[in-house]
Ligand binder design. Structure first.
Ligand code: FMN
Ligand code: SF4
Length: 474
């Protein structure tokens, strides 16, 4: 693979030249401003309350909860790191299942009655850490991401998929040995699940979370329903039916927890599933059905934002103002979801310069923001920008292409990057995420997630050697 590494661009001009070479349209400011007047330090003023600056921590789970879905010390450490990051928007912390069969792994948190107080304490610890470092938290907005993993559920055993699907999918079904309709959730099943989402949201409100994210991204159940063109019944086919699950959850939360704000994280476009080709470079699955990809243009590898834009209009009509945009799925097309130089062990070599994937997400998000200026839009997929992340982030916010810059992997390796940028400190190079993908490879192999290459805490864990052995044998 011949893509130049970001670390090899020693000057902003070299970075810009590479963008030009790739014919990518991405704004990037030569100088990053510091202090209270800088673009990234500007608060977001909203009727529902202020968000203190333009950095957001994206949800990231660590596969490290207890068997019954409570946080462990590892979970608490990660949330405290989110608190000290300096970001003023915490988008959901991590995916929390609304019930056991919706867990993506047997260590995912679950928002049950029994677990409520420990999930509440996570929020307290995050806020306390934030207050201790920054002296205030009245401008900090903390949400909880609620999920059902649907097709990607593995609630009981890390190595056993127990999919529950919205519709059949010719490219994905074989990956789960699905050969008939027995894994399809019925309309009655979905109605029960709607009640579980509402109950979990009520618990989140009682636990002091400002908002819940009704997750609709990354191939999980909510997202699969959005693309459910082949599903029959009340929850499939027409746009109205494909959004019924979301609308009914929102209606239930409005009635049971009227003060709770609702946000949605959406994959605003999707490509068909990819697989490793002969040379391990990703290629589209030949038998995929591009019609099923929400926000796809029907080719399998292009974007049509008309359906996602309609979804945004629906959000506006439902009084949903917080939107976090993402793309695709980390399982079946990670190069569009979390562009990386080094793929996870179960992935494929990037079929394009990862910068292309970064710009694709940023530009699609900007298009949504242009069409729906009243929504507060958080963007994702910035970590691959590495040394130039602050320059692009500032330009994106300054030009109104997004309201807030979401940070995923970068905060695992460099927890207080937002604080450093706003304080005008030079970035600490040894903390910059180089997209080694160990934080994805580890959990795919049953090991807790974390930044093993760069975070001294994970570097010292015995799992690091286990991961290294695993990588060298694959
Ligand atoms: C270890 C890990 C765990 C993640 N867990 C979640 C999650 O629980 N919920 C979610 O919506 N996205 C999750 N993501 C996706 C990130 O939120 C984000 O979209 C992605 O990493 C791209 O942003 P980045 O380039 O800043 O890393 C996870 C990503 C990683 C690397
Ligand atoms: S393991 Fe660390 S360096 Fe690698 S992608 Fe994850 S956060 Fe980045």
């Amino acid at each position: 693979m011949a893509y130049p590494r970001i670390a090899s661009f020693k000057t902003h001009d070299q970075f810009k030249s590479r963008l030009a070479e790739l014919e990518l349209d991405l704004p990037s400011d030569e100088a990053v401003e510091q202090g209270a007047q800088s673009p990234l330090a500007q608060p977001i003023q909203r009727d529902q309350g202020v968000i203190g600056n333009r950095f957001c921590i994206l949800p990231m789970e660590g596969w490290d909860g207890t068997a019954d879905g409570k946080p462990t010390q590892l979970t608490r450490r990660r949330w405290k790191n989110f608190g000290i990051s300096g970001a003023k928007l915490i988008w959901g912390g991590e995916a929390v299942a609304v019930r056991h069969d919706g867990r993506a792994n047997p260590n995912q948190l679950v928002m049950t009655d029994k677990n409520q107080s420990s999930i509440e304490s996570l929020r307290h610890e995050l806020v306390d850490a934030h207050e201790e470092r920054f002296g205030r938290s009245d401008d900090l907005l903390v949400g909880l991401q609620l999920t059902h993993s649907g097709r990607f559920a593995r609630p009981n055993d890390k190595s056993r998929a127990e999919p529950l699907i919205a519709q059949r999918n010719p490219a994905l079904d074989p990956r789960f040995a699905i050969t008939d309709d027995s894994k399809l959730l019925s309309d009655d099943d979905l109605k029960k699940l709607i009640d579980d989402f509402i109950a979990a949201a009520v618990r989140a409100q009682q636990s002091g979370y400002h908002f819940v994210d009704v997750k609709h991204c990354h191939g999980y159940l909510g997202h699969e329903l959005l693309g459910g063109h082949d599903r029959v019944g009340e929850f499939g086919g027409s746009f109205e039916n494909r959004t019924r699950f979301l609308r009914e959850i929102v209606a239930g939360i409005r009635s049971e927890a009227p003060q709770l704000e609702i946000g949605v994280r959406v994959s605003i476009f999707d490509f068909v599933p990819y697989k490793p080709g002969d040379d391990r470079v990703g290629v589209p699955e030949p038998n995929a059905d591009p019609r099923l990809m929400f926000g796809g243009d029907g080719s399998g590898g292009g974007i049509d934002l008309s359906d996602p834009s309609r979804l945004m209009s629906l959000f506006e009509s439902l009084g949903i103002e917080l939107v976090c945009s993402t793309a695709g799925s980390p399982y079946y097309n990670p190069h569009i979801q979390r562009p990386a130089y080094f793929p996870p062990s179960d992935g494929y070599q990037p079929p394009e310069d990862p910068l292309v994937g970064v710009v694709r997400q940023i530009q699609a998000t900007a298009e949504i923001k242009r069409m729906h200026p009243n929504l507060t839009i958080v963007g994702s997929g910035y970590s691959y920008l590495q040394d130039w992340l602050p320059n692009v982030a500032q330009a994106v916010v300054r030009t109104g292409m997004a309201d807030s810059i979401g940070l995923g992997r970068m905060v695992l390796s460099y927890p207080d990057l937002p604080a450093d940028v706003i304080d005008g400190k030079a970035m600490t190079r040894k903390k910059i995420c180089r997209t080694f993908s160990d934080c994805t490879t580890a959990p795919r192999n049953g090991i807790v997630s974390g930044c093993y290459p760069l975070d001294p805490f994970y570097k010292a864990m015995p799992e690091r050697k286990q991961l290294a052995d695993l990588k060298s044998s694959s």
